[in-house]
Design a protein around this ligand. Sequence first.
Ligand code: GLV
Ligand code: MN
Ligand code: MN
Length: 425
Amino acid sequence: MQLEIDALRLSSELEELAHFTHVEASPDGTAVTRIVFTEDDLTARTWLKGLAAQEGFDVREDAVGNTFIRWIGLEPTLSAVGTGSHIDAIPHAGMYDGTVGVMGGLEAMRALKRSGVRFRRSIELLLLTSEEPTRFGIGCLGSRLISGALDAQRADRLRDALEAESDGTLKTVRKDAGYVGELGSVRLPQDFYHAWLELHIEQGPLLEREGLPLGIVTSIAAPAGYRFVIQGLGGHAGALLMPDRRDALCAASELILSIERHSLAANAASGKSDTVATAGSCEVFPGNVNSVPSRVVLQLDIRDTDPDRRERVMKAIRDDSAAIGGRRGVTIEEELVNADAPAQSSAHLVEVLDEICGDLGISAKKMVSRAYHDTLFMARITPVAMIFIPCRGGISHRPDEYASPEDIARGTLVLAHALAKLAAE
Ligand code: GLV
Ligand code: MN
Ligand code: MN
């Protein structure tokens, strides 16, 4: 089958998407911030729905704002072939994370339509809401709800971190954005999709390092998130003498180093680098230079290809946490945000992608995704796989994130061929 990807249009749409939202000039590149349900995010969604409508694709949205763009097949009652990703971006991020899978998915569908071939199955592009945890503290909100991995009532109570002073929750924020239905209705049945593919930048260095243009993801590592609330004793930075202190930030510092130490020890024991742990957010109260910190909220992101090892590392961190608390006279409370299982790609979909790459003369690498993706949750309701394309220096979640137009077009071409193959099944 002959398919043409309009690489120029795809690149210019990715630029447009980056630029009509909040961007800051940064010495490193275009710094994009697009937080879910902000005006920028809603504008981007309207623009995308407009592009879909121009093609005559069917557009529907669910109660959390997941947006379904469907090209209806010859047998509309058959389960559809799905593809998609996210367009929300963490603060001061790049312009390719997620967006390549959404805009590439749209271009793949347009290329299939241009080919003149019609398919049995419908093909559906999905813009998934809030893959990033920035606003509601938990990633992959839309796909968790689709797959039933997150309870609808718990989801509606998630606090809005963007307006920290207000008592906003997902429920109020989504309703203000125009998504008013019951969250329970977001869940999709097991046979809704025949298969699911996500195109994404690698966000790591391996493809570039090995000089390969494309990756086929065989599994996605298991992520978990925790919040530690450390309560000590505040006071005057001059008058509260050192022997009397119960400094919450000093305790947090020890805990951060314990997190690093146990992750490194797990890697040393396995001889691999599969355990990664990050204390990436630390709020200090009251946050004055001349006040002893009384309270700290520390967020931990920990991932591993082996969920049991991840739990063993957590146990070691927990033991340290109890010891630090006792020694320093502070309380440390741990709250689980999420502890997810890894996902495996479908052998059939990996084979389909492998064959397509072979036919197109593309050398592809089978690889693990260490970043999480909505596909982690789509895997709970349908067979999945992912296509990775290289990104310069393996850099992501930074303004200098970059993927070349050629690599984006190549990934999109492979996606289009795979959608065609699966939609004909
Ligand atoms: C997604 O952005 C992740 O944190 O892996
Ligand atoms: Mn991301
Ligand atoms: Mn992403």
